[in-house]
Ligand binder design. Sequence first.
Ligand SMILES: [Zn+2]
Ligand SMILES: [Zn+2]
Length: 459
Amino acid sequence: MADCSTAVYRPRRPEKSALYQAVVRNLDLFYERYDDRFLAQHGPLSARAVKTLEGFGRCGRVAFGLSRARCDACGNEFLVAFSCQLRGVCPSCQQKRAEVLCRFVVDAVIAPVDHRQLVFVLPKMLRSAFHRDRELLRGLCRAAVDATQAFYRAGLDRKDLSVGMMVVPQLFGDRLNAHVHLHALASDGAFDPDGQFHRMPFGMQHDIKVLQRLFERRVLDMMVKHKRLSERLRDDILSWQHTGFSVDGSVRVMAGDHPKLLRLVRYIARPAVSFERISYDDSTGNVTVRSAKKTGGLRPVVAQYDVLTFIALLTLQVPPPGTHMVRYFGWYSSRSRAARQTGAKMGETSDSAPPTEVQPPGAKERRRRWAQLIRQVFEVDPLACTRCGAEMKIVSFITPSQPEVLHKILDHLGEETEPRATGPPKWLQILQAQEQMDEHPECYPEEYPDWDGDDSQAA
Ligand SMILES: [Zn+2]
Ligand SMILES: [Zn+2]
């Protein structure tokens, strides 16, 4: 049984951050005022958004419970707070996710060829349709991939080529405004069925307008197909000189430039908000947002919001449940990668490809891989024994449902008990009943991020 003599592993104190204070101090007020202030503009507050905000308020906080890690080799024990692992708000969990993704992409996905970052932007009038719509978001990724594939095939004049591509939908702009767009990393050329890479001929690379035309056509057709746009409006938009679509392909990474590749993937997978970009004045209720990009070593202020508007914007960054936020296509799709691993050629990876290769890993395997990845990306491994370095196991949990034990530990640490820890607020209880949200123990090894994307194969 864990008691107050057990050491507590505390890598950070989230409650000290401005972001935490802005969000958590105002959550109840936010729930209370949501319908009046934001319902018309943003639609009903989703159960997922509530869960994500509440999860952020608990993430890394010992007052909301701990797990007990034990080293079988030497008997060492320590306690570690739960982390929320939720996407959209918590910068700490998303940062970890981004780091894991970086390692995975660089080690297991990317071929040693030149790459290009592609940014696909939609016209303002169409963007809102993509928020909260998983199908449409998937269609958007597909449109970008099909357009890119067609672009490289045309440029290289071969129909059997396959581009390698990773696509990440981003739901936010620099001011944390809702702004759905796509970031992609694409091989700057394409692979033939024998695995030979064909580099794009010089000149074509700069003809990004062609890619843009291909992209806009596919997006508009897809929206018509999903009945989200009339054929007439599509034809109108296509006749305009400035459709509002844009594709940027100005950032290139040469084969072998690992540091730049890592920087780029990290940038593509970055969370909407990070701790250092937010300041909060509790007396005025104003939140100041600084740019994700530094100018002359400083981050310029890009927006100021009253705190409730700020929280409402954060909820827009919460992806719909089950959405894959990282997708791999074509030469980089997991099907294609698995086929190569088993020695098969691209052309032979039809439906007869062994399904075991592309099935999502089982829970045990996921835990093992997750723990392995965690070890790779953390300077201090919370699951490595601080005494002997052996792997520690999570052996039990101390939750607010065991108030005596938890209070004893908090007392010992000089931590206050937390009123929100006594149970979910009324609001959350109602939503839970409504949507039957799936509850899972929120601690490291039980979950893993969606770094394996989906198995989509580019046509
Ligand atoms: Zn978290
Ligand atoms: Zn040990």
